[in-house]
Design a protein around this ligand. Structure first.
Ligand code: ATP
Length: 283
Protein backbone atom coordinates (compact mmCIF):
# COMPACT_ATOMS: atom_id res chain seq x y z
CA UNK A 1 0.00 0.00 0.00
CA UNK A 2 1.34 3.45 -0.95
CA UNK A 3 0.54 6.36 1.32
CA UNK A 4 0.56 9.87 -0.18
CA UNK A 5 1.16 12.97 1.90
CA UNK A 6 1.09 16.54 0.64
CA UNK A 7 3.96 18.75 1.82
CA UNK A 8 3.00 22.40 1.26
CA UNK A 9 5.50 25.30 1.26
CA UNK A 10 5.09 28.19 3.70
CA UNK A 11 5.66 31.91 3.60
CA UNK A 12 6.49 34.08 6.60
CA UNK A 13 4.07 36.91 7.26
CA UNK A 14 6.50 37.78 10.05
CA UNK A 15 9.85 36.60 11.29
CA UNK A 16 11.26 38.18 14.43
CA UNK A 17 14.50 37.17 16.11
CA UNK A 18 14.18 38.02 19.79
CA UNK A 19 17.57 36.93 21.08
CA UNK A 20 20.22 34.27 21.25
CA UNK A 21 20.14 31.60 23.94
CA UNK A 22 23.13 30.22 25.79
CA UNK A 23 22.82 26.99 23.77
CA UNK A 24 23.39 28.98 20.54
CA UNK A 25 19.78 28.67 19.31
CA UNK A 26 17.69 31.77 18.69
CA UNK A 27 14.35 32.68 20.23
CA UNK A 28 12.00 33.54 17.40
CA UNK A 29 8.43 34.63 16.69
CA UNK A 30 7.19 33.71 13.24
CA UNK A 31 3.74 33.97 11.70
CA UNK A 32 3.57 31.51 8.84
CA UNK A 33 0.93 30.35 6.42
CA UNK A 34 0.89 27.53 3.88
CA UNK A 35 0.58 28.07 0.14
CA UNK A 36 -0.56 25.78 -2.66
CA UNK A 37 2.93 24.99 -3.90
CA UNK A 38 3.71 21.55 -2.54
CA UNK A 39 6.06 18.60 -2.69
CA UNK A 40 4.41 15.22 -2.93
CA UNK A 41 5.59 12.48 -0.61
CA UNK A 42 4.93 8.78 -1.25
CA UNK A 43 5.61 6.25 1.49
CA UNK A 44 5.89 2.48 0.94
CA UNK A 45 6.61 -0.12 3.60
CA UNK A 46 9.78 -2.19 3.12
CA UNK A 47 10.23 -5.65 4.58
CA UNK A 48 13.88 -4.92 5.37
CA UNK A 49 14.67 -2.54 8.22
CA UNK A 50 16.11 0.35 6.23
CA UNK A 51 15.18 3.83 4.97
CA UNK A 52 15.40 4.65 1.27
CA UNK A 53 14.84 8.08 -0.27
CA UNK A 54 14.36 8.66 -3.98
CA UNK A 55 14.01 12.04 -5.67
CA UNK A 56 15.13 13.87 -8.79
CA UNK A 57 16.92 17.01 -7.71
CA UNK A 58 20.35 18.41 -8.44
CA UNK A 59 20.33 20.25 -5.12
CA UNK A 60 18.99 17.79 -2.59
CA UNK A 61 20.81 14.66 -1.37
CA UNK A 62 18.91 11.34 -1.24
CA UNK A 63 20.88 9.91 1.69
CA UNK A 64 20.87 10.40 5.47
CA UNK A 65 21.39 14.18 4.94
CA UNK A 66 17.87 14.47 3.51
CA UNK A 67 15.48 15.93 6.09
CA UNK A 68 12.85 13.35 5.07
CA UNK A 69 15.36 10.57 5.87
CA UNK A 70 16.16 12.24 9.22
CA UNK A 71 12.46 12.40 10.05
CA UNK A 72 11.96 8.70 9.29
CA UNK A 73 15.01 7.74 11.33
CA UNK A 74 13.86 9.81 14.28
CA UNK A 75 10.35 8.35 14.09
CA UNK A 76 11.62 4.77 13.93
CA UNK A 77 13.94 5.24 16.90
CA UNK A 78 11.36 7.13 18.98
CA UNK A 79 8.61 4.51 18.51
CA UNK A 80 10.79 1.39 18.18
CA UNK A 81 9.66 0.54 14.63
CA UNK A 82 11.62 -2.34 13.11
CA UNK A 83 10.19 -2.08 9.59
CA UNK A 84 11.70 -0.08 6.74
CA UNK A 85 10.25 2.55 4.43
CA UNK A 86 10.81 3.85 0.92
CA UNK A 87 10.23 7.62 0.67
CA UNK A 88 9.67 9.06 -2.78
CA UNK A 89 9.79 12.87 -2.98
CA UNK A 90 8.39 14.77 -5.93
CA UNK A 91 10.17 18.09 -5.42
CA UNK A 92 8.20 21.12 -6.59
CA UNK A 93 9.24 23.63 -3.91
CA UNK A 94 12.40 25.61 -4.80
CA UNK A 95 15.37 24.52 -2.64
CA UNK A 96 17.17 26.79 -0.13
CA UNK A 97 14.52 29.38 -0.91
CA UNK A 98 13.05 30.38 2.47
CA UNK A 99 9.88 28.41 1.69
CA UNK A 100 10.53 25.60 4.16
CA UNK A 101 10.95 22.89 1.51
CA UNK A 102 13.03 20.47 3.56
CA UNK A 103 11.05 21.09 6.75
CA UNK A 104 7.70 20.42 5.12
CA UNK A 105 9.02 17.16 3.62
CA UNK A 106 10.20 16.11 7.10
CA UNK A 107 6.84 17.06 8.63
CA UNK A 108 4.94 15.15 5.93
CA UNK A 109 7.07 12.07 6.62
CA UNK A 110 6.29 12.29 10.36
CA UNK A 111 2.54 12.61 9.68
CA UNK A 112 2.65 9.90 7.03
CA UNK A 113 4.61 7.32 9.04
CA UNK A 114 2.26 7.89 11.96
CA UNK A 115 -0.53 6.63 9.66
CA UNK A 116 1.49 4.02 7.71
CA UNK A 117 2.58 2.23 10.87
CA UNK A 118 -0.61 3.07 12.78
CA UNK A 119 1.22 4.58 15.75
CA UNK A 120 -1.49 7.07 16.69
CA UNK A 121 0.68 9.89 18.03
CA UNK A 122 -0.78 13.41 18.41
CA UNK A 123 0.31 16.29 16.17
CA UNK A 124 1.70 17.98 19.31
CA UNK A 125 4.06 15.07 19.89
CA UNK A 126 5.08 14.92 16.22
CA UNK A 127 5.78 18.67 16.28
CA UNK A 128 8.08 18.32 19.31
CA UNK A 129 9.87 15.44 17.62
CA UNK A 130 10.19 17.55 14.48
CA UNK A 131 11.98 20.33 16.35
CA UNK A 132 15.00 18.01 16.52
CA UNK A 133 15.26 18.33 12.74
CA UNK A 134 14.66 22.04 12.14
CA UNK A 135 12.86 24.95 13.80
CA UNK A 136 10.32 25.15 10.92
CA UNK A 137 9.24 21.50 11.22
CA UNK A 138 6.80 21.99 14.16
CA UNK A 139 4.81 24.57 12.17
CA UNK A 140 4.90 22.35 9.08
CA UNK A 141 3.47 19.42 11.07
CA UNK A 142 0.28 21.51 11.57
CA UNK A 143 0.31 23.72 8.44
CA UNK A 144 -2.49 26.32 8.01
CA UNK A 145 -1.74 29.66 9.64
CA UNK A 146 -0.02 29.91 13.01
CA UNK A 147 2.50 31.75 15.11
CA UNK A 148 5.56 29.78 16.18
CA UNK A 149 7.47 30.88 19.28
CA UNK A 150 10.37 29.59 21.35
CA UNK A 151 12.73 27.89 18.93
CA UNK A 152 9.71 27.31 16.68
CA UNK A 153 8.01 24.62 18.78
CA UNK A 154 5.34 26.68 20.58
CA UNK A 155 2.58 26.80 18.01
CA UNK A 156 -0.62 28.81 18.29
CA UNK A 157 -3.16 28.60 15.50
CA UNK A 158 -4.30 31.87 13.88
CA UNK A 159 -7.12 32.70 11.47
CA UNK A 160 -6.10 32.30 7.84
CA UNK A 161 -5.52 35.48 5.79
CA UNK A 162 -8.36 36.65 3.55
CA UNK A 163 -8.31 35.02 0.12
CA UNK A 164 -5.48 36.44 -1.99
CA UNK A 165 -2.82 35.67 -4.57
CA UNK A 166 0.86 35.28 -3.84
CA UNK A 167 3.54 35.92 -6.44
CA UNK A 168 6.84 34.23 -5.53
CA UNK A 169 10.08 35.39 -7.12
CA UNK A 170 13.30 33.58 -6.32
CA UNK A 171 16.59 35.03 -7.48
CA UNK A 172 19.00 32.44 -8.82
CA UNK A 173 20.83 31.92 -5.51
CA UNK A 174 20.42 29.57 -2.55
CA UNK A 175 20.67 30.98 0.96
CA UNK A 176 21.98 29.05 3.94
CA UNK A 177 19.69 29.80 6.88
CA UNK A 178 22.52 29.09 9.33
CA UNK A 179 24.84 31.65 7.79
CA UNK A 180 22.15 34.35 7.97
CA UNK A 181 21.32 33.65 11.64
CA UNK A 182 25.03 33.70 12.34
CA UNK A 183 25.19 37.35 11.24
CA UNK A 184 22.12 38.53 13.14
CA UNK A 185 22.66 41.21 15.77
CA UNK A 186 19.36 41.39 17.66
CA UNK A 187 20.19 44.89 18.97
CA UNK A 188 20.20 46.46 15.53
CA UNK A 189 17.76 44.43 13.39
CA UNK A 190 14.24 45.83 12.87
CA UNK A 191 11.45 43.92 14.63
CA UNK A 192 8.11 43.37 12.88
CA UNK A 193 4.81 44.42 14.48
CA UNK A 194 3.73 40.87 15.21
CA UNK A 195 0.67 41.86 17.27
CA UNK A 196 -0.58 44.18 14.53
CA UNK A 197 -0.45 41.28 12.05
CA UNK A 198 -2.31 39.01 14.49
CA UNK A 199 -5.01 41.66 14.91
CA UNK A 200 -5.26 42.15 11.13
CA UNK A 201 -5.64 38.36 10.68
CA UNK A 202 -8.46 38.31 13.25
CA UNK A 203 -10.12 41.24 11.48
CA UNK A 204 -9.51 39.69 8.01
CA UNK A 205 -8.05 43.07 7.07
CA UNK A 206 -5.97 42.42 3.95
CA UNK A 207 -4.48 45.91 3.77
CA UNK A 208 -3.37 45.95 7.39
CA UNK A 209 -1.76 42.55 6.91
CA UNK A 210 0.13 43.99 3.92
CA UNK A 211 1.10 47.10 5.93
CA UNK A 212 2.60 45.14 8.82
CA UNK A 213 4.29 42.06 7.35
CA UNK A 214 7.97 42.14 8.35
CA UNK A 215 11.09 40.03 8.54
CA UNK A 216 14.07 40.69 10.84
CA UNK A 217 16.36 38.74 8.53
CA UNK A 218 15.56 40.68 5.37
CA UNK A 219 18.22 43.38 5.76
CA UNK A 220 20.87 40.80 6.69
CA UNK A 221 20.18 38.69 3.58
CA UNK A 222 19.93 41.79 1.37
CA UNK A 223 23.32 43.03 2.57
CA UNK A 224 24.90 39.83 1.22
CA UNK A 225 22.63 39.35 -1.81
CA UNK A 226 21.63 42.74 -3.29
CA UNK A 227 19.50 40.87 -5.88
CA UNK A 228 16.94 40.25 -3.14
CA UNK A 229 16.54 44.00 -2.59
CA UNK A 230 16.29 44.60 -6.33
CA UNK A 231 13.56 41.96 -6.69
CA UNK A 232 11.66 43.40 -3.73
CA UNK A 233 11.72 46.85 -5.30
CA UNK A 234 10.56 45.46 -8.67
CA UNK A 235 7.69 43.60 -6.98
CA UNK A 236 6.56 46.81 -5.21
CA UNK A 237 6.82 48.88 -8.39
CA UNK A 238 4.86 46.17 -10.25
CA UNK A 239 2.00 46.89 -7.85
CA UNK A 240 1.94 44.22 -5.12
CA UNK A 241 0.11 45.44 -1.99
CA UNK A 242 2.47 43.73 0.45
CA UNK A 243 6.02 42.63 -0.37
CA UNK A 244 8.41 40.66 1.85
CA UNK A 245 11.28 38.20 1.81
CA UNK A 246 10.24 34.80 3.20
CA UNK A 247 12.33 32.99 5.86
CA UNK A 248 16.03 33.65 5.44
CA UNK A 249 15.41 34.22 1.73
CA UNK A 250 16.08 34.65 -1.04
CA UNK A 251 12.44 34.25 -2.22
CA UNK A 252 10.46 37.48 -2.20
CA UNK A 253 6.68 37.32 -2.29
CA UNK A 254 4.01 39.83 -3.20
CA UNK A 255 0.39 39.76 -2.04
CA UNK A 256 -2.57 40.94 -4.11
CA UNK A 257 -6.31 40.29 -3.97
CA UNK A 258 -7.26 40.21 -7.63
CA UNK A 259 -6.16 37.63 -10.15
CA UNK A 260 -5.74 40.05 -13.08
CA UNK A 261 -3.31 42.14 -11.09
CA UNK A 262 -1.48 39.03 -9.84
CA UNK A 263 -1.07 37.86 -13.43
CA UNK A 264 0.31 41.24 -14.50
CA UNK A 265 2.83 41.23 -11.64
CA UNK A 266 3.79 37.62 -12.46
CA UNK A 267 4.44 38.56 -16.10
CA UNK A 268 6.44 41.59 -15.05
CA UNK A 269 8.60 39.62 -12.56
CA UNK A 270 9.30 36.98 -15.22
CA UNK A 271 11.39 39.67 -16.92
CA UNK A 272 13.78 39.84 -13.97
CA UNK A 273 13.93 36.38 -12.58
CA UNK A 274 13.09 32.99 -14.07
CA UNK A 275 11.87 31.20 -10.92
CA UNK A 276 8.47 32.89 -10.51
CA UNK A 277 5.25 31.26 -9.28
CA UNK A 278 1.73 32.46 -8.81
CA UNK A 279 -0.05 30.63 -6.01
CA UNK A 280 -2.78 31.04 -3.40
CA UNK A 281 -2.63 30.97 0.36
CA UNK A 282 -4.12 27.72 1.61
CA UNK A 283 -3.56 28.39 5.30
P1 ATP B 1 13.88 27.25 5.71
O1 ATP B 1 12.93 28.23 5.15
O2 ATP B 1 13.26 26.22 6.62
O3 ATP B 1 15.12 27.84 6.26
P2 ATP B 1 14.68 26.67 3.03
O4 ATP B 1 13.40 26.61 2.29
O5 ATP B 1 15.45 27.94 2.95
O6 ATP B 1 14.41 26.30 4.52
P3 ATP B 1 15.35 24.03 2.10
O7 ATP B 1 14.72 23.97 0.75
O8 ATP B 1 14.67 23.32 3.20
O9 ATP B 1 15.64 25.53 2.52
O10 ATP B 1 16.86 23.48 1.93
C1 ATP B 1 17.87 23.77 2.85
C2 ATP B 1 18.96 22.71 2.76
O11 ATP B 1 18.44 21.45 3.18
C3 ATP B 1 19.55 22.49 1.37
O12 ATP B 1 20.95 22.49 1.51
C4 ATP B 1 19.08 21.12 0.96
O13 ATP B 1 20.02 20.42 0.19
C5 ATP B 1 18.86 20.42 2.30
N1 ATP B 1 17.78 19.40 2.27
C6 ATP B 1 17.79 18.23 2.89
N2 ATP B 1 16.65 17.55 2.67
C7 ATP B 1 15.88 18.32 1.89
C8 ATP B 1 14.59 18.15 1.33
N3 ATP B 1 13.85 17.05 1.52
N4 ATP B 1 14.10 19.16 0.59
C9 ATP B 1 14.83 20.30 0.40
N5 ATP B 1 16.06 20.49 0.90
C10 ATP B 1 16.59 19.51 1.65
Amino acid sequence: MTLFEKAPAKINLSLDVLGKRNDGHHDVEMIMTTIDLADRIELDKLQEDRIEVSLWSRYVPNDERNLAYKAAKLFKVQYGIKQGVHIKIEKNIPVSAGLGGGSTDAAAVLRGLNKLWDVGVSLEELALLGLKIDSDVPFCVYGSTAIAKGQGEIITRLPSPPSCWVILAKPDIGVSTKSIFHRVNTDVIPHPHTNAIIQALHEKDFHNICNHIGNSLEAVTMSIYPDVKRIKQKMAVAGADGVLMSGSGPTVYGLVQHHNKAQRIYNSMKGFCHDVHIVRITG
